[in-house]
Design a protein around this ligand. Structure first.
Ligand SMILES: [Zn+2]
Length: 396
């Protein structure tokens, strides 16, 4: 595979394999020629249904099962958002998060270029996803984690048998350091905003838009951390517009946790670049990135789509997580409950009309997340003899 890469910021192009960043410092994304694209009609239910807009790789194993997640019309959430709410449930992916879309492309590319291994800098969902997809293809998977990683998170990653290296020193610097490994070793590095990953994660946007085409939803609300997923969704929208497959551009809103919100803070100041911060603790640790590598690209996406970036606090996030479970039946991780909390804020300030279609991207299942609250669950005990009357008391 020999692909063309383009810088979203300055337009510089490059060719080859595994190109990551433009000389200007911004991330490349993979250039796709959308002309001639039409909505597919074949029976493939996975993300590979959009292979015409994906890198020239052939998926197999777990990768062929990525994507194709449900878009659920969640009428009971309409009141809290003040619009017609749809939830794109990424928990339907093989390892329970949207990360599988990017891992599927990254691992398939490593196979296509005969690499022995893949690698990623992650201590959460992406690490698990990469390890799973590599295991399925018989590739080694190197996972670089912080030296002080909590044991329960290490356990979740280790299930798939990767080689985990605890790395001492500044974890933020490791991201750039890891990219150089491709030059000297038979490895494909698939970090959070790598072009291969962003290309795969573009399919979240394509799938959402397919449900509304040739119209588009009024807004899509996405949690944001490194900015890789946000970048992919934006790229997908622009390609569909260029192909004439949709008639209008949905507004893109991105949500962070207030404890670690460098992109939202930059947006609030009207800046075009993100300044790294020293973060506070947040329950939404999956999206707590104090120095997001695609942060500037997220600002550009919000600007280009007449959207925005905002932050919500932990109390709102935990409340939204509960509301999502109790009013839509979807149990999500705290990081993606930010979208419901954020949508409520947007509604309060008048961003949505009652008949607007608003899509909340629930990026991952909550089943692998440790509980934040102490257990406070109480349930009455009844004897077998009293069962009938207990039910009568509750539902008549
Ligand atoms: Zn550039």
């Amino acid at each position: 595979m020999d692909e063309t890469f383009r810088c979203y910021a300055c337009g510089t192009t490059a060719t080859g394999t595994d190109r990551q960043r433009c000389p200007c410092g911004e991330p490349f994304w993979m250039d796709t020629e959308p002309a001639g694209f039409d909505w597919p009609t074949d029976g493939d239910c996975s993300m590979w249904r959009y292979r015409d807009l994906l890198p020239d790789v052939t998926p197999s194993g777990l990768g062929s099962a990525a994507g194709g997640t449900p878009l659920v019309r969640t009428t009971r959430l309409d009141e809290s958002v003040g619009a017609e709410v749809h939830v794109k449930y990424e928990g339907g992916n093989p390892t329970g998060t949207f990360k599988d879309r990017g891992s599927a492309v990254g691992v398939a590319a490593a196979v296509a270029t005969a690499r022995d291994a893949v690698a990623t800098v992650s201590h959460g969902n992406m690490a698990r996803s990469m390890a799973a997809h590599a295991a399925s293809e018989g590739l080694d998977c190197l996972v670089f984690v912080p030296a002080d990683i909590p044991k329960e998170r290490l356990t979740l990653i280790d299930r798939y048998g990767p080689t985990v290296l605890r790395v001492e020193g500044a974890y933020g610097d490791l991201y750039d350091e890891s990219l150089g490994l491709e030059d000297d070793h038979s490895v494909t590095v698939v970090n959070s905003d790598s072009p291969l990953r962003v290309a795969g994660q573009k399919t979240t946007g394509l799938e959402i838009l397919a449900s509304f085409a040739p119209e588009a939803p009024d807004a899509i609300v996405v949690p944001v951390s490194s900015g890789g997923h946000a970048s992919g969704i934006w790229k997908g929208i622009e390609e569909l517009l260029a192909a004439g497959a949709i008639s209008e551009r949905p507004r893109l809103f991105f949500v962070q946790a207030a404890g670690c919100a460098p992109i939202a803070e930059a947006w609030g100041r009207g800046d075009e670049t993100v300044t790294p911060i020293t973060p506070d603790e947040t329950v939404a640790y999956s999206i707590a990135n104090p120095d997001p590598p695609s942060g500037n690209r997220v600002l550009a996406a919000a600007q280009a789509t007449d959207g925005g970036v905002l932050a919500v606090d932990d109390e709102a996030i935990l409340g939204a997580r509960r509301t999502l479970a109790e009013q839509s039946g979807l149990f999500v991780e705290s990081a993606c409950a930010t979208v419901l909390a954020g949508a409520g804020r947007l509604a309060d300030r008048g961003d949505f009309a009652a008949d607007d279609d608003v899509v909340l991207v629930a990026t991952g299942s909550g089943f692998t997340e440790r509980e934040h609250e102490a257990p406070t669950v109480t349930a009455p005990t009844v004897s077998l003899d009293a069962l009938d009357s207990a039910v009568a008391e509750r539902i008549g």
